[in-house]
Design a protein around this ligand. Structure first.
Ligand code: RM4
Ligand code: MN
Ligand code: MN
Length: 431
């Protein structure tokens, strides 16, 4: 049985049905933008150049600690996951890379894996290590921590795993390692918070020393969960100080869900940019905590404000500024492919809106202490419906004007449900 994929014919037919309306909307928007001195074709080109990595675990249905409700046709293994990632990119043309997670994605032949990905038109982005779970037959448990464990042997095992991830990443063509640890404590007094950080830094120094010359390591902080009293890399301050101690190849990774409620994330982004320590992002959205909801689904304005800082930094030519973008969400009630497509579009939207901020008018308002005037410059960009630009960018890149509608019309999921009979226990998705 050959694996089903969405045909070029269907894509063309779906696009043809929407092309005239898109042309009208695009022309109308182009006229409005022209009055503001913005070239819509140039904007469309910038949107086309934007890419975000899909995490391999994102294409599986996620769950909570209460339950997971798997959907039909879930990917059973890495090759199925790549197929789903390729489908997303085929329609949206904004997700050319995949971010793997080890040992979840462990396989025997990485050269072959890279080849299969390339056949799908995909490359590999940052490699994620996993020392937050015990694997079968693992010698030392991570129950009480990994890189900061009080047991030297457990730390050594976690260091070795990260170094293995670098070696795998080299075979896959990655250029970065993302390290998130679940280390922390549940009780006041359980852990010596100063010494735990020392141990983490010692471990990280060993991992850092194993980085190839052109690699970076991203330190991902997280305020709480699974440790609920303290975490070792709890916030951007700790992450920043650790990256600073480790050296220039170490940078901080901002997962949008890993902050205290109401924290000003865009300001954190500006600070990290200022110090050349912004490594990248894990995009998602949240209402309460690390909810891993779909990007742009709860606070799209905040997402825009983050991109506003990124565009500002790019235009200023900020040093060591080349952030890596990845989606990191848990799709519990939707088809993960649909969620990931929409999330990539929401990122493009925030990016495009940030690109049309009138930066000189904003600077003039700021210089004149015109608080409302400055704010209105941002709002003018944010309230512009750039959807026709995004759709045109997809079309010009060979993708779908309406990715979700086209995906639904293709019956992809139904086909996969037949091709991929459910297996007893899949490891896909965040549980
Ligand atoms: C964590 C963190 C990591 C991700 C895991 C699955 O909360 O966001 O980036 O690898 O979840
Ligand atoms: Mn993350
Ligand atoms: Mn998270």
């Amino acid at each position: 049985m050959t694996d089903f994929s969405i045909s070029e014919d269907l894509l063309q037919a779906e696009n043809a049905a929407r092309k005239m309306a898109l042309d009208e909307d695009y022309t109308a928007l182009a006229r409005a933008l022209r009055r503001r001195g913005i070239d819509s074709d140039e904007l469309t080109r910038r949107v086309m150049a934007f890419g975000v990595a899909i995490p391999t675990w994102g294409v599986g249905t996620g769950g909570t600690r209460f339950a997971r409700f798997p959907g039909p046709g879930e990917p059973r293994h890495l090759f199925d996951k790549l197929e789903d990632c390729a489908t997303i990119h085929y329609l949206v043309r904004a997700t050319p890379t995949v971010s793997p997670h080890f040992p979840w994605d462990a396989t025997t032949d990485y050269a072959a894996l890279r080849e299969v990905a390339a056949q799908h038109g995909l490359a590999f982005d940052a490699v994620n290590s996993n020392t937050f779970q015990d694997q079968p037959n693992q010698e030392h448990s991570y129950k009480f921590g990994s890189l900061s464990n009080v047991e030297p042997a457990a730390r050594a095992q976690a260091v070795a795993h990260n170094i293995d991830c670098i070696a795998i990443g080299q075979k896959l063509g990655s250029k970065a390692l993302t390290v998130w640890i679940a280390d922390g404590s549940n009780f006041a007094g359980q852990s010596n918070m100063a010494l735990a950080l020392d141990r983490y830094l010692d471990s990280m120094r060993e991992i850092y020393a194993a980085l190839p010359a052109d690699w970076r390591v991203f330190l991902e902080h997280k305020l709480y969960e699974p440790a609920f009293y303290s975490t070792v890399i709890s916030d951007w301050g700790t992450s920043f100080a650790a990256a600073q101690e480790l050296g220039p190849k170490a940078q901080c990774l901002v997962d949008l869900g890993h902050h205290a409620p109401n924290v000003n994330i865009e300001q954190i982004v500006a600070r990290l940019v200022r110090f050349g320590k912004l490594g990248g992002f894990h995009f998602n959205d949240s209402k309460y905590g690390d909810d891993d909801l779909d990007t742009g689904s709860v606070e799209p304005f905040r997402l825009f404000l983050v991109f506003n800082e990124l565009i500002d930094a790019g235009m200023r030519g900020a040093e060591d500024f080349a952030p890596a973008y990845m989606l990191d969400q848990s799709h519990n009630v939707t088809d993960p492919i649909e969620s990931l497509m929409q999330s990539a579009i929401e990122l493009q939207r925030a990016h495009a809106q940030a690109l049309i901020v009138d930066r000189s008018a904003l600077a003039a308002a700021q210089a004149a202490n015109d608080a409302l005037g400055a704010h209105l410059e941002l709002k003018r960009a944010y309230t512009t419906d750039v959807s026709p630009i995004l759709a045109m960018a997809r079309l010009r890149a060979g993708g779908a004007i309406a990715p979700i509608e086209t995906y639904r019309a293709s019956g992809y999921r139904k086909h996969k449900a037949r091709e991929r009979p459910a297996v007893a226990r899949t490891s896909v998705g965040i549980v």
